[in-house]
Design a protein around this ligand. Structure first.
Ligand SMILES: NC(=O)C1=CN([C@@H]2O[C@H](COP(=O)(O)OP(=O)(O)OC[C@H]3O[C@@H](n4cnc5c(N)ncnc54)[C@H](OP(=O)(O)O)[C@@H]3O)[C@@H](O)[C@H]2O)C=CC1
Ligand SMILES: O=C1O[C@H](COP(=O)(O)O)[C@@H](O)[C@H](O)[C@H]1O
Length: 511
């Protein structure tokens, strides 16, 4: 009963004519509708500057759903009846009064008990303004609940994030603000907690006594595409590390929560981020590496270097690659490096976490030709979803030599049609009032304080070697040194060849 009342709501999408709404939000809402996760009592208001009619808006929503990979059923017309459009100027009071009236009408038409979600799918400079106008025009004053979903980037540094947060908090309480990090909606990112805390074979080993290092790689094969205007002011550090990469590190490092409630889970993640050893300016070059892609060959065709991309400064010093070594100063993790790397125009699209376990105290098989292979747990976040465990076994032969054995579980292969998109899951969580997989302000602020030191150092020392990696490579060679100095190497991340991780020739691929 509670759930049925809860999912009745009006969702206002600011920026409904834009790319995010088209590619992610409309298909996600349609999927929720098809699965019966939305009741019939919902309405969507699209708001943007364009002078569209409801019909034009519905046609665009239909096209975006048809262009996505979803199976479109006959119920599309019924679905579209829930969509309404409002031509909107963010700085004009009358726009908010019109919005208020429209929401009230829709509440009545669809029997919605005053529940509202305001989704900011617009450029971040408008977030504060919209929140403040919503409040002053009493659009957020309702007998039901009122929630704000806010897209990244959440500020450009700690100072601007703090200012944005103060602006938002004038209109919304912390528990009404849902800061989206779409990595937290990914199936296997959500699975990190389950793998860790529901398995007796991992939980006791998850610490510095048994783990030698953890590697988190999120590589992209595409370049900056048409987002040069935004990206050239952000760079990989702000675009990926401040949010997605540090969120994955927090999930890997956190203590088990007392309960699976939003507050308990967030508290543990916040504690892990607090334990992150702050960077000193003088250590940045030792712990972090930046790169920028140059030209290269992709599928037999030469592709542009970053500085030749549209809306990018031809002398840009913006990094499109970051690798770093993080240390977590607490009992569990003292001495265990967490290596992260992310970049554009790398060899392939892949996000993987490799947990490398320590060697055994004595190796009975050491005298044999092959050295023992460390045990690995590999969490495949994307493109394939699943996990692998690398163990040692005996070679099928008389010699008694050991050989690495890999056990694979592919969760996306089991349920390929039902794996929900990250946005679908997160939108549904927000409708149900579950903020566990959204970032709390404390997580945002701790991540910015960590990243700010690095970006300040980088802003003050212009790299002379950019571009320093070829498109379609694993980034600058110097990123291998981060690990080599500690006696480690990056494990390969290829999805194409599931056994590549075991092959000697692919190990140390960049060294
Ligand atoms: N696209 C993506 O994949 C991702 C986007 N994001 C974030 O989502 C947000 C939106 O991104 P995206 O959809 O790509 O951006 P777009 O530029 O494609 O869309 C911007 C939207 O804002 C509207 N808009 C712009 N100015 C005004 C104004 N003054 N008043 C009213 N509406 C206005 C535009 O419509 P109109 O021109 O009709 O006014 C359009 O609907 C950004 O914060 C971005 O960082 C985050 C992750 C991924
Ligand atoms: O937030 C962002 O993420 C994407 C990568 O997301 P993924 O789900 O495709 O891995 C990245 O391309 C983009 O630059 C960044 O803003």
């Amino acid at each position: 009963m509670q759930k049925e009342e809860n999912n009745k709501c009006v969702i206002v999408i600011f920026g409904a004519t834009g790319d995010l709404a088209k590619r992610k939000l409309f298909p996600s809402i349609y999927n929720l509708y098809k699965k019966g996760s939305l009741s019939e009592n919902f309405a969507i208001v699209g708001a943007a500057r364009r002078e569209w009619s409801d019909n034009t808006f519905r046609e665009n929503v239909a096209t975006s759903i048809q262009d996505s990979k979803i199976n479109v059923d006959a119920d599309l017309d019924d679905f579209l009846k829930h969509f309404h459009y409002l031509s909107f100027d963010v700085t004009n009071t009358s726009s908010y009064q019109n919005l208020h009236e429209l929401i009230n009408e829709l509440d009545e038409q669809f029997n919605i008990p005053g529940n509202r979600i305001f989704y900011m799918a617009m450029a971040p400079q408008f977030f504060g303004t919209i929140a403040s106008y919503l409040k002053s025009n009493e659009v957020t004053t309702t007998i039901g609940w009122s929630r704000l979903i806010i897209e990244k980037p959440f500020g450009h540094n700690l100072e601007s994030a703090q200012k944005l947060n103060i602006d938002l908090r004038e209109a919304f309480a912390e528990d009404e603000i849902y800061r989206i990090d779409h990595y937290l909606g990914k199936e296997m990112v959500q699975n990190i907690e389950v793998i860790r805390f529901a398995n007796a074979i991992f939980e006791p080993l998850w610490n510095n006594r048994y783990i030698s290092n953890i590697q988190v790689t999120s590589s992209e094969s595409l370049g900056v595409e048409d987002r040069g205007g935004y990206y050239d002011h952000a760079g990989a550090l702000r675009d990926m590390v401040q949010n997605h990469m540090l969120q994955m590190v927090a999930l890997l490092a956190m203590e088990p929560p007392n309960r699976l409630t939003t507050e308990e889970v967030r508290t543990e993640k916040i504690k892990a981020l607090r334990a992150l050893r702050p960077m000193k300016s003088e250590d940045v070059d030792r712990y972090f590496v930046r790169g920028q892609y140059g030209r290269g060959m992709v599928n037999g065709k030469e592709v542009n270097g970053y500085r030749e991309e549209s809306n990018v400064d031809p002398n840009s010093a913006t990094e499109t690659f970051v690798a770093g070594k993080l240390l977590i100063d607490n009992f569990r993790w003292a001495g265990v490096p967490f290596y992260i790397r992310t970049g554009k125009r790398m060899t392939e699209k892949s996000t993987k976490i490799v947990i490398e376990f320590k060697e055994l105290p004595m190796n009975l098989y050491y005298k044999s030709k092959d050295e023992m292979h460390p045990n690995l747990l590999i969490i495949h976040i994307q493109q394939d979803e699943g996990l692998s465990i690398v163990l040692n076994g005996k070679k099928v032969a008389l010699s008694g030599e050991t050989t690495p054995v890999k056990l694979d579980y592919c969760s996306s292969c089991q349920d390929v049609l039902n794996t929900p998109e990250a946005y679908e899951k997160l939108l549904y969580d927000c409708i149900l009032g579950d903020a566990t997989n959204f970032t709390h302000w404390d997580e945002v602020s701790l991540s910015w304080s960590f990243v700010d030191t690095i970006s300040k150092v980088w802003e003050n020392s212009i790299p002379t070697d950019f571009p320093n990696y070829e498109a379609q490579s694993m980034g600058p060679k110097i990123s291998d040194k981060l690990l080599a100095d500690d006696g480690f190497h990056w494990w390969p991340i290829s999805d194409d060849s599931p056994y590549s991780i075991l092959k000697g020739e692919n190990i140390n691929e960049n060294v």
